[in-house]
Ligand binder design. Structure first.
Ligand SMILES: [Zn+2]
Length: 327
């Protein structure tokens, strides 16, 4: 009511808050409760150094951790029609989209890029769980198709990092239609004889699990990731029975033959290099020969390849095979 509380205090707060906390400096591990310094957590690829719990990671940071030198080129994705159903719950769908775009700095829930891992050229797509629960929208469908088309065009393997709560309800049946669409995209890769590797991260559920996330040649999951169609709570309420420990978690699924491997995020790059080379019939990497991903690269912002169309890093010893240099 007086000018001190109405004017002076907000002014002081805005002056200080901007400088003092540029970002959340500390993150609490949801698993063990340890307070972790943000910078340290980021350097550890968002894996808790205390209990190895794997937290969410943005597609850009994921790509920076996987690609050689953290360098990749974004692949553009055709824009679908915005808000075709004029959907509204508590908020209008376009408002939810704007809020998610502001919070993540991304246009949508999937990012597609091309680059090299261990000098093997690949195309990669990563889903962003922090963008509306990584939900499968028409854009996500377009992104997977764009990724598959680019992979076929350049004759490269496709690596997809899945994370999703399912289909985006604001797009209704049009979101569900992405299940057959993405299935056809995966089929394109198979017909071209190109490897399709899926990395399942926490959580991958719903229509995503029922389509492109489970159609890979190789399925790798991050430790303790929840991977399911219907979640354990829904199943428990339906069948009225207690489910076994670790049900639908990565290790459980590995034991039951649903996955090929469970790999720590910090070893994921090496694992992917090994598997892509194996599937392409290339020689395995020689230790110490691979360029390290540069973790110190920018603050999550894309490290763009210097030249468009052609990925950085000069051709090494690999002869033939790769689609490098195709216009
Ligand atoms: Zn922890």
């Amino acid at each position: 009511m007086n000018w001190i509380s109405n004017y002076v205090r907000p002014k002081i707060n805005s002056l200080f808050s901007r400088r003092e906390v540029p970002e959340n400096l500390w993150t609490k591990c949801p698993e063990c409760g340890t307070m972790l310094f943000h910078r340290e957590l980021k350097d550890n690829l968002y894996v808790c150094p205390n209990c190895d719990h794997h937290m969410g990671i943005s597609p850009r940071e994921r790509f920076a951790s996987v690609f050689d030198g953290g360098i990749f080129t974004e692949v553009s994705v055709p824009e679908p029609i915005a808000d075709p159903l004029h959907f509204r719950d508590q908020k209008r769908y376009p408002d939810r989209m704007k809020a998610a775009q502001k919070a993540t700095g991304e246009a949508e829930a999937m990012l597609v890029a091309q680059g090299e891992i261990g000098r093997t050229p690949i195309v990669a797509a990563a889903q962003d769980f922090s963008f509306m629960g990584g939900s499968m929208s028409m854009y996500v469908g377009n992104a997977i198709i764009a990724a598959a088309q680019r992979a076929v065009e350049l004759k490269r393997p496709l690596i997809l990092f899945a994370a999703a709560g399912g289909a985006r309800m604001q797009e209704g049946i049009l979101a569900l239609m992405q299940m057959p669409r993405t299935t056809v995209a995966v089929q394109m890769l198979k017909e071209a004889g190109l490897p399709y590797i899926v990395v399942l991260t926490h959580p991958t559920t719903g229509g995503v699990t029922a389509s492109y996330a489970m159609l890979g040649d190789i399925h790798i999951a991050e430790p303790n990731a929840l991977i399911c169609f219907a979640g354990p709570r829904v199943i428990e309420q339906t069948i009225r029975e207690k489910l076994p420990d670790g049900f639908q978690r990565a290790e459980y699924l590995l034991d039951h033959g649903m996955l090929d491997r469970v790999t720590d995020r910090r070893q994921m790059r090496e694992e992917l290099i090994r598997i892509t080379r194996m599937l392409l019939g290339e020689t395995p990497p020689i230790a110490g020969d691979l360029p390290a991903p540069d973790a110190s690269e920018g603050d999550g912002k894309a490290a763009k390849a210097p030249k468009a169309g052609k990925d950085a890093a000069p051709e090494a010893k690999d002869t033939g095979k790769s689609g490098k240099g195709d216009k």
